[in-house]
Design a binder for this molecule. Structure first.
Ligand SMILES: [Zn+2]
Length: 164
């Protein structure tokens, strides 16, 4: 079964799922939340989706990644989600990388880096830490410009509304 999918087919699949994650990010923006969206995929099928909503849910842990994990775990009645791939528009924070580890997610795919608080490439490289007894591989940069632009335009609009 080796080599049965080319790199470009894989990239196309990553982009297709990331577009769904972007739709989730738009739902967050519409609710006045920082626009980050996530989808969890297993065996080429959508298992769950989520968007960032700490304000509306009064829950500091309601990041897109965790909302998606919670939803998926409820569906399969298991907190462990092996063999899944989590797509998220923005590089995860420390809390979310921890949650992905605890949930035994197999792969992480994210769009844009988060230079201030990203815990995968930017500020920390948590997936490389030896103390986790789980390995999480990751791919970054899928639709990075679009993912980052969602965030930038959100903060730009908010600044314009609050300022002047
Ligand atoms: Zn997070």
């Amino acid at each position: 079964m080796q080599g049965d999918s080319t790199i470009s087919e894989q990239d196309a699949a990553h982009e297709r799922w990331m577009r769904l994650a972007l739709e989730q990010a738009d739902l967050a923006a519409a609710a006045g939340e920082v626009p980050v969206g996530a989808v969890l995929v297993k065996d080429g099928e959508l298992l769950a989706s989520g968007f960032n909503c700490p304000i509306t849910s009064c829950d500091a842990t309601a990041h897109a990644e965790i909302v998606a994990l919670r939803s998926a775990a409820g569906k399969v009645a298991n907190y462990r989600l092996p063999g899944t791939t989590l797509y998220v528009t923005i590089e995860p924070c420390t809390m979310c990388v921890g949650a992905l580890m605890h949930a035994r997610v197999g792969q992480l795919v994210f769009g844009a880096r988060e230079p201030r608080a990203g815990a995968v490439s930017s500020q920390q490289q948590l997936t490389e830490q030896e103390f986790f007894n789980h390995r999480l591989s990751f791919v970054e940069g899928i639709l990075a410009a679009e993912c980052g632009e969602r965030l930038q335009s959100f903060f730009r609009e908010r600044r314009n509304r609050n300022g002047s």
